[in-house]
Structures are given as C-alpha cells and as structure tokens.
Design a protein around this ligand. Sequence first.
Ligand SMILES: Nc1ncnc2c1ncn2[C@@H]1O[C@H](COP(=O)(O)OP(=O)(O)OP(=O)(O)O)[C@@H](O)[C@H]1O
Ligand SMILES: [Mg+2]
Length: 419
Amino acid sequence: MEKDGSQDIAAEIFAQEDPIFRNKSLVEVEHVPSPERIVGRDDEIRALSTELRSAVNGDSPENVILYGETGTGKSLVAKHVAKAAKSNAGDVRIGTVYVDCSTDDTETQAISSIARTLNDEAVTDIRVPETGLAKAAYYTRLYAILDQQYDVVIIILDEADMHPDDQILMSLSRAVETGKTDCRIGLIAISNKVRWAEDLNDRVKSSLQPRELNFHSYDANQLRAILSHRRDAFREGVLSDDVVPLCAAYAAQDHGDARQAIDVLRNAGMLAQRDGSNVVTRDHVEDAKMEAEKDRFRDLIGGLTVQKKLVLSAVTALHKGTDDDEFSMAQIIETYTQLCEATGTSTRSDRRVRDFVRRLAFLDILELRKQNLGRAGGITIYARLQPDHDLDIVHQTAMDDEQFVVADSDAENASLDSF
Ligand SMILES: Nc1ncnc2c1ncn2[C@@H]1O[C@H](COP(=O)(O)OP(=O)(O)OP(=O)(O)O)[C@@H](O)[C@H]1O
Ligand SMILES: [Mg+2]
C-alpha cells in the first residue's frame, strides 16, 4: 500500500532517536528519585529516621511534623524514610501509607484511602469500598485491618493543612490509648505553611506530641548537586557546562525550590528539542526561565479580581503609551475609567481604586512612591510597575480576562470583601 507523504513525516520523526533526552523521566515532576540521587538532605533523613527508629523494633514511632517552603524535599524525604523503615523491619510487620490531603481532603476520604491502601483483602477478608460508608465505619474497618495485618504503621499525611480541622490527627494519634487498636501508629504530617504547626490547637498537640523538623530552603550549591545527579536524563555532551549552574542559581535566587530548578532544566531541554538543536545552551535556559516567570505571573494575576486587573491594565497601558516612568493616582484613575468604559465594566470610587493600587503594591506587582507636596498639596502617590516584571507579559496577562464584561457583579462582591 502506498503511504501518503504526511504519514512519512510522522513516521520519520518517531523513528529518530531523541537528540536531547536519554531518560527524560528523571527530570519529570512526578519522578521519585532513587536514594543515591537524593542529595543535601542527610541531616533531615537522619533526624526523621531517628524519630521513627522504634518502629523497626515493633514499638511506637514518634509523631513528626515536617514543615518548610515548597520544593525543599519534605515529601521526598518522608517517603524515602518510611520505605527504609519498612525494608529494615525484619520480622516486625510494618505498613506504610502516603495520603495526599489536598486530594483526599475530608477526614472520611483520607481514612478510606488509608484503609484501602493498607488492606490485603486476601488476609483480612475485609472489604473497603471507596465511598459510601460513614466515617465511623471506615475507622472501624481501618482498625480491624491494622490489628490483623500490622505491628506498626507509618502514615504520611502530606499537605496536612488542607484538612480544615485536625480531627484525623487527633483520632489516629489517640487510637492506641483509646483502645481502638493494638497496632502502633506513627504519623508524619507535612505542610509548607510554616504557621500551621504553630497554630495546631493545644488539644491536638498534646495528643500528638509531635517532633518538628524544619526543612530549610536549598542554596545554589545544593541545587547544583541535585541537578547534577539527574544529568543522565540527558544524552552525553548535550548539556553545555553552564546549564546546570544557571538553573541552580535561578532557583536559589528565588527561594531555593528544587522543583523549580528541575523544571527549568527540563524545559530548557524541551526548548532545545523544539529548536532542532542537539545541545542545550545558556539561551535555552534563559528562555525557560522567561517561560517560568510568565507562568508564575499568570498564576499571580489569575487570582486577582476583574477590578484589580483593570487597575493594573491602566498602569501597564500608561507605561506603554507614554515615556513616563511613574504615574499619579489621577492619571491611573483616568485611564482606569476609560478601560472600564471600553470593557463594559462599572467603575469603582476613587478611594476603592486607590485601595486596589495599594493592594497591587502589597503583592509586589506595583511599586509606590509617596511625594509630600507641602502644606498646600498634601501627599501624592505615584505608582509604576515593579521593575522586575516584564511590561509586555504583565500587560497581556492583565488584559486577557474574558470576565471583564460578564462577571462584574461577582467581582464587586469578591473585591469588596477580599481585603
Ligand atoms: N534533596 C533532594 N535530592 C534530589 N531531589 C530532590 C531533593 N529535594 C527535592 N527534590 C526533588 O524536587 C522536587 C520537589 O521535592 P518535594 O516534592 O519533596 O518538595 P516538598 O518540600 O514536598 O514541596 P511542597 O511543599 O511543594 O510539597 C521533587 O521532584 C523531588 O524529587
Ligand atoms: Mg510535598
């Protein structure tokens, strides 16, 4: 059969070896690195292992709270140490389970998920339906499973702050004491909200008696080491020398987030691939950084109300339309009013617009300068786009909102209440 031309093109591309990546999964978001690729977390691994050590003797492990900024290896270290406890347990029957509380965000769902993961139906003869039972019934089945199958379980509750009350921590930490089960339970609760651990109420704290481990952000050297241990995601000779240090420096400048560093490295590789290049260069990293900034900015702006976006658009429109470096409130209000008319959105009072400008400054999107004009003139505020931001990116992102026309009444409620 004769192939048509377009089929050949696709076939040819699929038949080619990937010129950039040898094992791309090493730099994918969901990849869990093997122990030899975990670097710069020896102290945290040691500390957490120490707290859990009794588990391998069949005794109660300590409860631990891990907290720290996003991308600092909390989830990774928790999974790694729990797995190590299990594989070093000898005759002691250790179960481990990982729950993402942002997905299983009710107590019932989380308990159902824990019970289903730990249950071996062939052993217990207990069936755990995913949904449909009352909370108490899930707890009962969970405790029956624990008693039949395990001496000790280690339960990782990741993103634990997503549960509005801390009842699950309370119930699980008191299970032995209240006679619900003989199985020893160790909890590892993880949060990137540093205040969450502090704010846990006293009742929960006194039953949990948690050890707290703070995960510090990575510095550029640690990030470099983390990335270097994933170099074999790429083919030999593909990464030019400055690529890894650049990605590491970029993430270190921000707040030392390993995920961000890995993302930029992977995206630089993808950009090189799209260019048809067989090396990843400094320029690819710069472009990947730019893309990452855009994404972040979209996230930041995406959460703003329509009214705040209009005020921001007024400032960016002024920047684009004039040579001035900063703008008075009067100029901003005038342009904002024009934009409201153009988009069919009702205007807010001048005082509200001033509030919006202050709020945008608080979010580091705008920068303000106060000028005291003396007794007669009072204080005038000038605003400009925070110079770190790219004007075009901000302008496009702020103006790009299909709600400008339709969602005005919602926006009013939201914006009036949101600060
Ligand atoms: N020390 C490390 N060595 C190797 N890879 C790491 C290290 N720390 C983090 N990573 C990688 O960086 C990414 C983020 O790590 P992890 O998910 O553990 O962060 P986290 O602290 O749980 O962040 P969040 O608070 O956002 O959940 C993962 O892909 C992980 O594999
Ligand atoms: Mg995590």
